[in-house]
Design a protein around this ligand. Sequence first.
Ligand code: ZN
Ligand code: ZN
Length: 350
Amino acid sequence: MTVLVPGGSLLYRDPVYPFPFNPDLETHSVSGNPPVDRAQTVERRIALVTVITPFLAVIGSIFLFWGHGIGWIDLLAFAGMYIFTGLGVILGFHRFFTHRSFKCVLPMKYLLGIAGCMAAEGPIYFWVACHRRHHQCSDSEGDPHSPHMEEGGLWASIKGAWHAHAGWMFNHAAENYRRLVPDLLRDKDVAFIDRHYFYWLALGLLVPAFAVMAVTQTWWGFLHGLFWGGFIRIFFVHHSTWSVNSICHLFGSSPFATRDESRNNFFCALFTFGEGWHNNHHAFPASSRHGLLWWQFDSGYLLIKALSFLGLTWDLIEPGSEQIEAALRKKAALATEVPEVLPSAEKFTA
Ligand SMILES: [Zn+2]
Ligand SMILES: [Zn+2]
């Protein structure tokens, strides 16, 4: 049986690896030895290409398609691929591979893994390792992408927000996969998906390109599909999902007492299939449901639930209403608590 404890004391269903994890900032390569420097250099170069290319493609598309307008087929390619690859990251990389918040049939495991790779946010090992470390060290030393690591005024805040959003990938130290994702290293399905990351990425560009070409019967259609279903879609999936790391640790409400600065943000939740209920998620990390209150729309969870009726997913982890209410009460009690210790006298005598 899985017990959910607010505050993140149980992050994953599978307790096979050492827990609680003690963040080891002396990072290692997969083999446990250097060449860490080389791994980091390669990783940072890939990050640069991954972040810059969709941005340049969005700028380029303005010139390329100027005067041609946006057709329904463009929007269809964009929306279809946004939903497919966005769900790959959110349901696949995050709720399934990182937190093990539900189980699913084997073809769905592959579909979620491949769709997540098509989002171009890095392979599964990388994504999951970074995210598990984020939960372990949230908004403190060792968090790969906290916006709160620098004290200061407005400029420090802007720098922090950019670091949390995408900047962290350019100075990110290689993760210790053995320590962070030992369950995934043992999983041959994940190893297969991860090893072919760049093929899935290319497939995510070519499928919409050929689909639009097939409908329009022109090479011009290929280009439309490549941009709208490929590059422009990657740009929007990137920035909406990365907003969970930046905006949802800066703006919004925090109804649960967690050890970090996580926030619930309605707008982020709309575009990220429910991931914007991020304070809820930090309070109950293993829950497959992020929108914990009835009015918190969580389309990702609704899909997992719908699939469970078809027998494609099962063993969904979610906290009971008593656990949620107890956690809400705890936060309310903390907010009204009278401080036992008065401010020290030095403060007034200095
Ligand atoms: Zn977070
Ligand atoms: Zn998480």
